[in-house]
Design a protein around this ligand. Structure first.
Ligand SMILES: *Cc1c(COP(=O)(O)O)cnc(C)c1O
Length: 301
């Protein structure tokens, strides 16, 4: 499946003679939130091939991966179990739009403390989970594994060869790795991490042997799921100018970064940039609940 590519029109692009286009992966399978569809595709096939009847995965309360796994389970007739970070949610999850939707899509939850959540790679914890739930196909937190990267290799298609630069946002880096694997040598793949930390470069090198990529580390806005008024206003303004909705955790930060780099002449004139819209729009409701409590402007897309 190929997503539509749209040209973005903004005065700054004309002024700097830069072409910026956006690949709308978010429109491909909206219920699965863009790149999460790519990451789940071969895992679902593999789970079925191995005869599994349920998927188990891990995530935070607003996780796109949790939302996507629940929906993929529903659409493919396979049960889903979400191990969710935060014991306090046991009595509060119905106020959380992501979890409420995941539950409607049939996901069974187990809420665990932050300490227990840290054991998610520990075989002893998995032995306890298997005793509680029975046999399951394991999807790691964020959904990144070899099969997920293979799915993300299908984001770029032959027509995309014309671009000099391809941009995507980065959580675990699995999506970036897939894009690097299927990119052309003349292209630079720019990743915009949604979280702070130096570990990402090393992680990504585990997922791809390519080296035509780099990370822009200055656009995480203080860390994962952190937002401020400037970012919210940017997302709203971008939407009113282009009619393209961005999410506050990933794609909003990426697009803010791309336009800031353009303003700072990071790209030569006549550079052709392709930005990947990886989805994440399901997270806007949950973020707006938090913004309201902090008396910050809401995301209006
Ligand atoms: C999960 C997610 C990402 C990050 O993908 P990784 O493969 O973990 O780097 C980017 N954008 C959106 C919208 C996501 O939901």
């Amino acid at each position: 499946m190929k997503a539509e590519v749209q040209k973005i029109q903004l005065p700054i692009l004309e002024q700097k003679s830069i072409s910026l286009q956006i690949k709308r992966e978010d429109l491909l399978y909206p219920a699965l939130s863009g790149n999460k569809y790519r990451k789940l595709k071969y895992n679902l096939l593999s789970a079925r091939e191995q005869g599994h009847e349920q998927l188990l995965t891990f995530g935070g309360a607003y996780s796109n991966h949790i939302a996507a796994t629940a929906r993929a389970g529903k659409d493919n007739g396979i049960k889903t179990i979400g191990i969710i970070r935060g014991e306090e949610l046991v009595s509060a999850w119905e106020q959380n739009p992501t979890l409420k939707k995941a539950r409607q899509d049939g996901m069974q939850f187990k809420f665990v403390s932050r300490t227990t959540y840290r054991e998610r790679h520990d075989p002893a914890f998995h032995a306890r989970l298997r005793a509680e739930f029975g046999k399951y196909y394991l999807l790691p937190e964020g959904g990144t594994n070899e099969l997920a990267i293979r799915g993300c290799e299908e984001i770029l298609s032959d027509e995309d060869k014309e671009f000099n630069v391809v941009c995507c946002s980065v959580g675990t880096g699995g999506t970036l790795a897939g894009i690097v694997n299927s990119s052309w040598e003349h292209q630079l793949i720019l990743g915009f991490p949604a979280l702070a930390g130096d570990f990402l470069n090393k992680d990504i090198r585990k997922f791809t042997a390519g080296n035509n990529w780099e990370l822009q580390q200055d656009y995480h806005f203080g860390g994962y799921a952190r937002v401020n008024k400037e970012l919210v206003l940017f997302i709203n303004n971008f939407y009113s100018q282009t009619k393209i909705p961005l999410d506050p955790v990933y794609t909003g930060k990426m697009m803010f970064g791309i336009l800031d780099l353009i303003r700072k002449d990071f790209f030569a004139a006549h550079t052709k940039i392709l930005a990947i819209h990886t989805g994440g729009l399901q997270g806007i409701d949950g973020m707006n609940t938090k913004l309201k409590m902090k008396n910050l402007p809401l995301i209006e897309v």
